[in-house]
Ligand binder design. Structure first.
Ligand SMILES: [Zn+2]
Ligand SMILES: [Zn+2]
Length: 338
């Protein structure tokens, strides 16, 4: 079978791989859809990917067969893969109900980053990484569970309250999903800062009240003047200067939630954070949000189809990477069997 693998020294290659065989406790999983994540585009700079790993950590499909000792799963079962779904359960973080922060090496590695993931027709996975997909959630939607959960945790961690105003900085997939969650959560006003026209249009389509091109109109000059300052700012861009912008436009006692992962150190005006007594929250992957994301998709509380720019086969991934880098697509899903 063909697979998209990460090479430490040069990025990516589609290579021929033998059909994996499930060990004890593992299932052989057939991937239907696997999303390309912004993290994948920056794998070399991030330095977190294992050399020669099959990438893809946002994926859904079905169980093809089960290895020895697997209970509760059988061939044909539909599932989304929780890439960090089997943790130690014993470290201080796990004991505090924070499996997303587990300090022991994930058993089997994070799928698509530390161990093989979704960018191949088949992958062997510990059964503990599978989360059942109800019939109401399509396979395509199943590939969205992971990013939906990431954005959901960012909103939850911010302490967002119904009826408040919010600014979202950056309208990539996580920024757009943050807009959707804020709308679901009862925001009274959602303003998006985003230089790409395509992404601004998409933000308005999914529920932003107003979008601003920060390169054309200085947000620091607008907020507090024509537009009221937001109670919350969600930084989803990791763009240089974005943190300063968010800190500038927030009022005293505003809340800044960080979701965008910068690939190099960023500086920001800590004196303003102190003077305004801002609250800053970090948010790392997801805990219970993964199962909540499945429930939200099952009851059609949110629609990810407008965010799905394209579905390509493995031969289309390099072109897809380029489109994502240029910002001419929002999210591209891969069907590895094609
Ligand atoms: Zn991701
Ligand atoms: Zn742990």
């Amino acid at each position: 079978m063909r697979a998209l693998v990460f090479n430490e020294d040069g990025g990516y290659a589609v290579v021929e791989r033998p059909m994996p065989e499930p060990d004890a406790g593992e299932v052989l999983f057939r991937t239907h859809y696997s999303g390309i994540c912004g993290t994948d585009l920056h794998a070399v700079e991030l330095g977190r990917y294992t050399d020669d790993v099959v990438i893809g950590h946002e994926f859904a499909g079905e169980v093809a067969s089960v290895g020895p000792g697997v209970a509760g799963w059988r061939a044909g079962d539909r599932a989304a893969v929780h890439p960090k779904g089997n943790v130690c359960g014993a470290c201080p973080e796990c004991r505090d109900g924070l499996p997303n922060l587990c300090s022991a090496p994930d058993i089997g590695g994070t799928a698509g980053i530390g161990s093989d993931g979704g960018m191949a027709s088949y992958v062997s996975l510990p059964a503990g990484k599978l989360r059942r997909l109800p019939d109401e959630v399509s396979m395509l939607e199943g590939a969205w569970v992971e990013p939906v959960a990431v954005a959901l945790r960012g909103v939850t961690r911010s302490g967002f309250k119904v009826g408040r105003r919010a600014v979202v900085v950056g309208a990539g997939p996580i920024g757009l999903l943050t807009v959707i969650h804020l709308r679901l959560g009862g925001a009274s006003e959602i303003i998006v800062l985003e230089p790409s026209e395509l992404r601004r249009a998409k933000a308005e389509e999914v529920g932003a009240d107003l979008t601003i091109d920060p390169l054309a109109d200085d947000p620091a000059a607008i907020f507090g003047g024509d537009i009221e300052r937001p109670d919350y700012a969600f930084e989803c861009s990791a763009a240089p200067g974005a943190l300063d912008t968010a800190v500038d436009i927030l009022p005293h006692h505003g809340a800044l939630a960080l979701l965008g992962v910068a690939t190099s150190p960023v500086s920001f005006r800590s004196d303003i954070i102190i003077r305004k007594e801002l609250t800053v929250t970090g948010s790392s992957s997801y805990a219970e949000e993964f199962d909540i994301a499945i429930r939200l998709l099952a009851r059609k509380a949110l629609d990810v189809r407008p965010l799905t720019s394209d579905v390509v086969g493995l031969e289309g991934v390099f072109d897809a990477f380029e489109r994502l880098r240029q910002g001419t697509a929002i999210k591209i899903l891969v069907r590895p069997e094609d």
